[in-house]
Design a protein around this ligand. Sequence first.
Ligand SMILES: Nc1nc2c(c(=O)[nH]1)N[C@H]1C(S)=C(S)[C@@H](COP(=O)(O)OP(=O)(O)OC[C@H]3O[C@@H](n4cnc5c(=O)[nH]c(N)nc54)[C@H](O)[C@@H]3O)O[C@H]1N2
Ligand SMILES: Nc1nc2c(c(=O)[nH]1)N[C@H]1C(S)=C(S)[C@@H](COP(=O)(O)OP(=O)(O)OC[C@H]3O[C@@H](n4cnc5c(=O)[nH]c(N)nc54)[C@H](O)[C@@H]3O)O[C@H]1N2
Ligand SMILES: [Mo]
Length: 802
Amino acid sequence: MNNSRRDFLKKGALGTTAIALSGGVSGAAANIMESRTTKIPSASHFGAFHAHVRDGKIVDITSQLDSDANPTVLVKSLADRTTNNSRVKYPCVRKSYLEGKGKGELRGKEEFVRVSWDKALDLVANSIKKAQEKGGNKALYNASYGGWSHPGAFKPNTMAGRFFNQIGGAVRTSGEYSNGAAGQVNPTLVGDMEVYSVQTAHEQIIANTKVMILWGCDMYKTQRVGYSVPNHRCYDAYEEYKKAGIKFISIDPIYTVSASEFKADWIKIRPGSDVALMLAMMNYLYKSKKYDKAFIEKYTYGFDKFLPYLLGKEDGIEKTPKWASKITEIPEETIKQLADTMVSNRTFIAGNWSLQRAHHGEQVDWSIITLASMLGQVGLPGGGFGFSMHYEGGGDANSGKATVGGMSQGGGDKVNIAIPASRMSDLILKPGHTVTYKGSKIVYPKVEFMLSAGGSPIGHQPDVNELIEAMRTLDTLVVVEPWWTPSAKMADIVLPATTTLERDDVAGGMSYSNDRIYAMKKIVEPVFESKDDYEIFALLAKRFGKEKKFTRGRTPLEWIERLYKRSYAKKEMGISFEEFWKQGVVKYEIPASARKFVRHEDFRKDPIANPLKTETGKIQIYSDKFAKFNYKDFKGHPTWFEPAEWLGNKKLVAKYPLHLVSPHPTYRIHSQLDNTWVQNVHKVQGREPIRISPNDAKKFGVKDGEIVEVYNDRGSLLAGVVVTDTIRDGVVAIEEGAWYSPEESSKTKSRCNSGQVNVLTSSRPTSQMAQATTANTVLVSIRKAGTIKPNLAYQPPKIIGA
Ligand SMILES: Nc1nc2c(c(=O)[nH]1)N[C@H]1C(S)=C(S)[C@@H](COP(=O)(O)OP(=O)(O)OC[C@H]3O[C@@H](n4cnc5c(=O)[nH]c(N)nc54)[C@H](O)[C@@H]3O)O[C@H]1N2
Ligand SMILES: Nc1nc2c(c(=O)[nH]1)N[C@H]1C(S)=C(S)[C@@H](COP(=O)(O)OP(=O)(O)OC[C@H]3O[C@@H](n4cnc5c(=O)[nH]c(N)nc54)[C@H](O)[C@@H]3O)O[C@H]1N2
Ligand SMILES: [Mo]
């Protein structure tokens, strides 16, 4: 905080006192009121905020308005994090596990017993040692996924990884749920993952773009949260997009918030059929000679090897607009018009990530990149493609300055087995089984012990019933959590973690702008017996004689100071740690040149001097490396493969006539905040909403506001009906992240009373190549709910001795 602002606040405070006095309150009383409420700065995935604390309790959360340009309601819901009824208060152990009876099949069905920290940690350490004796460190599975818990330096998954590395490692996760397919192919195609890279600056879009294709891109929704600390400045930029007269076209089975804000034309595509649409546009552009031949020749490799496929010479099927119109249910004329609009205007294709969380998801970005190459606008201001305009403030100009990193997991992993994200149940259920992955092979080890910290397996992994079956075969399952989440309820040992509001931490923001460092200060004392993740894993390391190696003898605040020391703020601006910590935030200037950034501009200007990091230095429309993998479901060029489940499969549709998509939640990050009041804004009778079109509602005889059962062969759940004309006929949507709650936990495949969509999704992998999640490739049906019991998702389990 600079001096003038501090003076202003002081004056403001004095002003308040004066008004209070004139209102008749004595000076002493006014002073007490002031001393009772303090404002403490911190930051979260929902934005930077001040916690207002009185008598040791949070009474309000307000946004740091000079760091959060457009706050959302989500940040307010942090207020009840510490008091929430679903907090894990003490270390707990499942009853028969504690009694040494094992009985994994009782997981999720039994009561827990309150134990001391020493007892709980000894049990964890002993079960690790037992697993090590049985199968070495490859019998240990560190399933701590993601890092979505909080934006600080002490992420629980990092702490877990650091601990396991000290004891020789564990089976880890490779790739991710977010971009499990695209993230594995894009580096070979364009030399970069593209999904986490600085995007063409908003200023360039505003000045140059004439047409923007929202290819499943719902930035208004996904920018509500950040992986770091969101600044929400993008919403100001979007206002400028609107004024710039850009024509928006949204290709999505849902008429999204972004489509609505931008008044976009809506192309109601059939889910899972986008690649066919892209191929047809390429076919049309080629045959009408409207494509940019010069760009293809100068900047790409392998178009000639792709052409026979596009023209049907490879498989006898020409990828014409007529062919694609049957697959996509988009009229032939619309396909041609779309291609014409794109090729004759400066067009920016804003891709998304959910399209590749589907069967054969590897083909999506590849097809967009190939289409964009034929349009010939890659590297031009406001043209080309971007796969991250909807994430981390994508479009933000970059300060080019260092903020703070997180703690490191360090070395020491001797196991060297990383399982593709989404193979979780497979790994546990099929020891000895071999899977292909990016041209190599992985043999699943026999996993005995599984630990999850900072992720929610029963939240994120498709096919919950399969996962529960798998979890029940383990020797030991440990979950480190602040709350009694569905995963915690399934564990043998639950270790209660503090939330970031109960400890000090530090975060940077955002990944693309790099222009803030935030103090995440401790706001209240740890709730009940919860401990910081750092301390929990240090105490575990101690049981293996590795405490010193884990902590390096440093307190959390010493780590924070150390991380801060490497920042531009300390090294170049000379702001001491003490000063930063007192202020709560430091800010960097963004150079004017950063606002001119155009992705791939250097490559376009001089492809010899600035080649892409690919096999040929050019865009790989064809990859010899990929072709050599010799997979049936992944070739050397973009290919249309029919998905295993989709509306084009008549046989399946006869039984399950609706395609289910599971977009990311508007009012949560995944499963986080599902236990808070903010959910009241959208839940229907306490259940996760299912969006359905008026025609389908009529067809299935369901009404707005009613609770229905949604089902397929994998499971069933209750959801609350929202009838809306913002979703295409034949498609329903349930946002991911509702807390799983089995109606009858004693039954296998019990109906979920809460609406956790992954009860219905499939763990089928994208292909032999990336083995990524296919959460959006799902067919379901709907029927009357019958007898409905109360939803107990947010109630702690029964605990003996508490
Ligand atoms: N059907 C379907 N499924 C999906 C997706 C989809 O689109 N559709 N998307 C997938 C994607 S992209 C992702 S990224 C994953 C996300 O999956 P996850 O990363 O597992 O999601 P979260 O629910 O955010 O999990 C974070 C967990 O950390 C806990 N936590 C919060 N703070 C702390 C802390 O300080 N300490 C500890 N120890 N724990 C803490 C929270 O309570 C929560 O349980 O889901 C995937 N699953
Ligand atoms: N508010 C909020 N924002 C978030 C998150 C969150 O949990 N909450 N999570 C963050 C994370 S971890 C991630 S990975 C990103 C996810 O970012 P995305 O994957 O891009 O987001 P989704 O919401 O899954 O999907 C966006 C749109 O894709 C559409 N879609 C689904 N299937 C198809 C299809 O076959 N074809 C077409 N054309 N469209 C389709 C959906 O209808 C939806 O409108 O979001 C991030 N942002
Ligand atoms: Mo994600």
